[in-house]
Design a protein around this ligand. Structure first.
Ligand code: FE2
Length: 346
């Protein structure tokens, strides 16, 4: 087996490939690492055939949907997944062929109703069902401590104790464990009685994951995260540095239109000398009157550089081929002590 483990913070993704045929599957990919996964697959000579989420993630942004569009390969999830764009849904005991390897899906609800573990040769990818020294939480949507207890004690933990386990999360830099080690040392597994286990799970008092609503929207709806939209916009536009802009402003460069896309009160409190005001929310509707010449060089600026990147991408999409974004924003401009003008438009 060809095997890569990729950590993104505490999230673990896995690229597994058949050593004979080089067919591969990517398990629990995270959206910010797509280039990394593709580069590893290329380096290892692997052809990704399946994109698998072990469950509906509430704490990170799944990369399966974006990669499926790019690679034209199926997204695989458990049969109970609420996600509409899943191409292949696996029931308990069903397998995927990966070259000469077999990936067997075990339905292990509890962390979520659609949680599954994936058994491949000498190892099990346990998702958030079983972690090293812990288990997944059961207080997020569709979680159920009694179901998790049943999945663990009546299914997963009855497998060969020598099997290695690879979880979807580890926050302490550990790579893997074994079922035997977890049985003997995992504190959550010392509660063989279902009620005691549920009582423990229900009193953990965990804080909600950051971005939970956004993660569920992206992972279940197939939409884009805010970071993804910003990345895509940033990849489609050129940027100008604060220093270069300052030099242009001081030379009073007539070829450059500086477009401040913040709201009026922010603009009037302090803007780049000569900048015009066109708030982002009015951009599309006012662009024909405000910017009649689409060949002009237009630099968009905002407070921190994110909204201006989106505005520049929109301008370029509308045919302003000379639109440029500021690498930074008015906050950095002010902090650098660069010239400011207050009041209404020039
Ligand atoms: Fe999870």
């Amino acid at each position: 087996m060809i095997f890569e483990q990729i950590a993104t913070g505490g999230c673990q993704s896995y690229l597994i490939g058949c050593g004979d045929t080089h067919a591969a599957a990517l398990i629990d990919p995270e959206i910010s690492q797509l280039d990394q996964y593709l580069a590893l697959a290329a380096r290892d000579g692997l052809h990704i055939r399946y994109l698998i989420d072990t469950h509906t993630h509430a704490d990170h942004f799944s990369g399966t949907h974006a990669l499926a569009k790019k690679l034209q390969v199926p997204v695989v999830m458990q049969r109970n997944s609420p996600t509409p764009f899943v191409d292949l849904r696996l029931g308990d005991g069903e397998m995927l062929m990966l070259g000469r390897m077999r990936i067997e899906a075990l339905h292990t609800p509890g962390h979520t109703r659609d949680s599954m573990c994936l058994r491949v040769e000498d190892r099990v990818f346990t998702g958030d069902t079983l972690l090293i020294g812990g288990t997944g939480r059961t207080d997020l949507p569709s979680g159920d401590p009694f179901a998790l207890h049943d999945s663990l004690f009546n299914h997963l933990l009855k497998l060969d104790p020598a099997l290695r386990i690879f979880p979807a999360h580890d926050y302490k830099g550990r790579k893997s464990s074994t079922i035997a080690d977890e049985l003997s040392s995992n504190p959550r597994l010392q509660h063989a009685d279902p009620s005691a286990f549920a009582e423990l799970m229900n009193t953990l008092n965990l804080s909600m994951p950051t971005h939970i609503t956004e993660a569920l929207r992206v992972n279940m709806g197939g939409g884009k995260s805010v970071a993804q939209m910003l990345d895509e916009a940033a990849a489609s536009v050129p940027f100008m540095s604060l220093e270069t802009l300052r030099a242009r402003v001081e030379q009073d460069d007539p070829g450059l239109i500086v477009l401040d896309v913040r709201e009026r009160d922010a603009y009037e409190a302090g803007h780049i000398p000569g900048a015009r005001l066109l708030p982002r929310g009015q951009l599309e509707l006012r662009v024909n009157q405000e910017l009649p010449d689409p060949t002009r060089r237009i630099l968009a600026c905002c407070e921190i550089g994110k909204v201006s990147t989106l505005a520049t991408a929109t301008l370029r999409e509308m045919g302003f081929a000379g639109a440029v974004a500021l690498d930074g924003g008015m906050k950095a401009w002010r902090e650098a002590g660069y010239p400011l003008k207050t009041g209404s438009e020039p």
